[in-house]
Design a protein around this ligand. Sequence first.
Ligand code: DAT
Ligand code: MG
Length: 143
Amino acid sequence: MTIERTFSIIKPDAVGRNLVGDIYHRFENAGLQIIAAKMLHLSREQAEGFYAEHQGKPFYDPLIKFMTSGPIMVQVLEGEDAIRRHREVIGATDPAKAQAGTIRADYASSVQQNAVHGSDSTTSAEREIAYFFTTEEICPRTR
Ligand code: DAT
Ligand code: MG
């Protein structure tokens, strides 16, 4: 197993419901260390750039509207097999299909308002971390 970094968002619905501490607790319990974090309220341009891969899909406009509707928490998580482990803790995109005990099963109200984001590959993790964080903002324990 290798130590990986992944990118995570607590979306406006979950921040609005005061779930930041609960979700951080779940990450830490899964062996994921928070090595960078901040609160942001995304502009339309920031959200569109982040979700560029979904442009043109039927859910794209509602997604951008939702992601700019309130503050979010963005974080970099580090740990063994972090990308897969983080996606496991999050659960499936559609909360109706997410395994019991996952963040989306417990907190997402719909596939559109699904509480959290997690990178799905090393390529997307690298892009997404660099989209929101400078090197100086990332604080690994092992530096
Ligand atoms: P994930 O967030 O699990 O990586 P994704 O990358 O396929 O899922 O989609 C990005 C986000 O877009 C997702 O978290 C919520 C929204 N979305 C995806 N599919 C959707 C759908 N069928 N209807 C409404 N929103 C959707
Ligand atoms: Mg995705």
